[in-house]
Design a protein around this ligand. Structure first.
Ligand code: XMP
Length: 511
């Protein structure tokens, strides 16, 4: 365990994230945490974060100097570095020149354990107005910049390291290396942390936070909300209510699969409410063909239904969300970019639900970590490795008007496609693949009879970030088999196309 002591900096989550990337478990605690509690946790290292204050001001957050005498390695970052120096007898002052942004740092002590393998001149992210003007006794300067005499200092014997810049930010070119060095070389962590510790700890944290309060979660059946539901259920059982809206635009049998896992016959203890809103959606969508209008209806209807259910339940203490770290990052980006599609997730924040606080147990995790947590919780692999599925569901895979019959066609065709992809052993190698229903009908012949039926389009893409994508090269025999099964087994289809378009110019979904 490495402890991150939070002094109010903006990058604290990132610090923890970087430590976990070294496969070392990490928890964040407030700087107000009692030293006895810290001792009891027996951490292998402690990291003090940045913060907005000046450590020499009387009311600023501080920590007893005992912390530095426990024999536990301590890394102070920015404010943490200044505080360490201040508490141990160095001097911190207001700088003439405020350093902000990417700054060249010169490593003076090349053999420093934290700078192992780091270039002599390296770009680091600075953000400070105070600086360490005098290092504490026993320390030596290990790095400097043009404006800052102490960019880093250390007392190797006592395992104390002060770094003025922010190695946790990716703008610091070799920052990850520095954190890895601290954790492995100085703290001597092995780096064999696994997800079970996260699951256990999160369950404990949820219990502490929720107490005997009630929690409401909109469960979509996707990976993130399912893992959140699993964690919350293990933590607080029936204090959790999950509302699962079956909008009739899910993949074949998916509603029942979600119910099998989270419903009364499943392995989790919670209140599960399934709202069968298929008809309601089909009625709302009748006659609507414009993609954005369809998306809007689907999203808004979800919110209405969720609100109706929430009203029946009454006031709750927490609204849980399956937000994961990339969502947090993404929501801060792209403000001015043009809206190509309104990427709302079914599961967006409803306006009129009566809750006090939001709880987001996966907020610090990346997708691969969420999947690991899901396996740890015993969720079925099928659910955990589910490919991404858009909130508006099949509504945007049926071109033109959505009807119950078209939903059936696309569900059946998609189920065959997925089955054959899995049979060919390709299901974990292709980024995303699905069948869509074009709005085109054409003439065909089947059993000597003329047909006038729909064409199904098969899509399969490989992608790193879903921003760009290439059509996947699926072996011809596989495609051929899928085609013949769809034509034979799905009533209402007489042609199958494979979409070769990359993104851009296409998008992954059809609408
Ligand atoms: P596009 O079609 O924009 O899709 O290339 C990129 C990725 O985003 C998914 N997607 C959505 N996900 N709500 C979602 O939750 C949406 O409205 C939505 N639209 C697209 C799509 O499945 C693909 O993974």
């Amino acid at each position: 365990l490495v402890i991150v002591l939070d002094f109010g900096g903006q990058y604290n989550q990132l610090v923890a994230r970087r430590v976990r990337e070294c496969n070392v478990y990490c928890e964040i605690y407030s700087y107000k945490t009692d030293i006895e509690k810290i001792k009891a946790m027996n951490p292998k290292g402690i990291i003090l974060t940045g913060g907005p204050n000046s450590c020499y001001e009387p009311d600023s957050p501080t920590y007893t100097d005992e912390l530095f005498k426990l024999g536990i390695p301590v890394l102070g970052l920015c404010y943490g570095a200044q505080l360490m120096s201040h508490v141990l007898g160095g001097k911190v002052e207001r700088a003439d020149v405020r350093e902000y942004g990417k700054t060249e740092v010169i490593i003076d002590k090349r053999e420093s354990k934290v700078f192992e393998g780091v270039s002599e001149k390296t770009i680091c992210w600075m953000s400070h107005f105070d600086y360490i003007s005098k290092i504490a006794p026993g320390f030596e300067i290990s790095a400097h910049t043009a404006d800052c005499p102490v960019a880093a200092a250390e007392n190797e014997a006592e395992k104390l390291y002060a770094i003025q810049f922010h190695p946790e930010v990716l703008h610091t070119a070799e920052g990850t290396k520095m954190i890895n060095n601290f954790v492995k070389n100085v703290c001597e962590c092995v780096g064999d942390w696994k997800m079970d510790a996260f699951v256990e700890n999160t369950i404990k944290e949820i219990r502490e936070k929720v107490g005997d309060g009630r929690v409401l979660l909109a469960l979509s059946g996707g990976v993130d909300s399912s893992v959140a539901a699993g964690l919350l259920s293990r933590a607080i059982g029936k204090q959790l209510t999950c509302v699962f809206v079956d909008h009739g635009l899910l993949r074949k049998d998916e509603g029942d699969e979600v119910e099998a896992v989270f419903g009364p016959k499943g392995q989790f203890d919670l209140n599960f409410i399934r709202v069968n809103a298929q008809e309601r959606y089909y009625n709302k969508l009748a006659g609507v063909t414009e993609p954005e209008a369809k998306r809007k209806i689907i999203g808004e209807e979800f919110i209405r239904i969720f609100e109706e259910e929430a009203k029946k339940i009454g006031a709750v203490d927490f609204l849980a969300q399956g937000t994961i770290y990339p969502d947090v990052v993404e929501s801060g980006l792209g403000g001015e970019s043009a809206v190509i599609k309104s990427h709302h997730n079914v599961g967006g924040l409803p306006d009129y639900v009566d809750f006090k606080e939001i709880i987001e147990p996966l907020r610090d995790l990346f997708k691969d970590e969420v999947r690991k947590a899901g396996l740890e919780l015993g969720l079925p692999e099928k659910l955990v490795f589910r490919q991404p599925f858009p909130g508006p569901g099949l509504g945007i895979r049926i071109i033109g008007e959505v009807t119950a019959d078209k939903v059936r066609i696309v569900q059946d065709a998609d189920a065959i496609y997925r089955e054959e992809i899995a049979n060919a052993g390709l299901d974990r190698t292709i980024g995303q693949y699905f069948a869509a229903l074009t709005n085109m009908r054409s003439v065909g012949v089947m059993g000597d009879e003329r047909t006038y039926d729909y064409a199904v389009a098969l899509r399969a893409v490989n992608t790193v970030d879903f921003m760009t994508a290439e059509a996947a090269e699926i072996p011809y025999e596989v495609l051929n088999k899928v085609m013949s099964r769809i034509i034979n087994e799905v009533r209402g289809v007489n042609r199958v196309f494979y979409d070769l378009t990359s993104k851009p110019p296409g998008t992954i979904e059809f609408e």
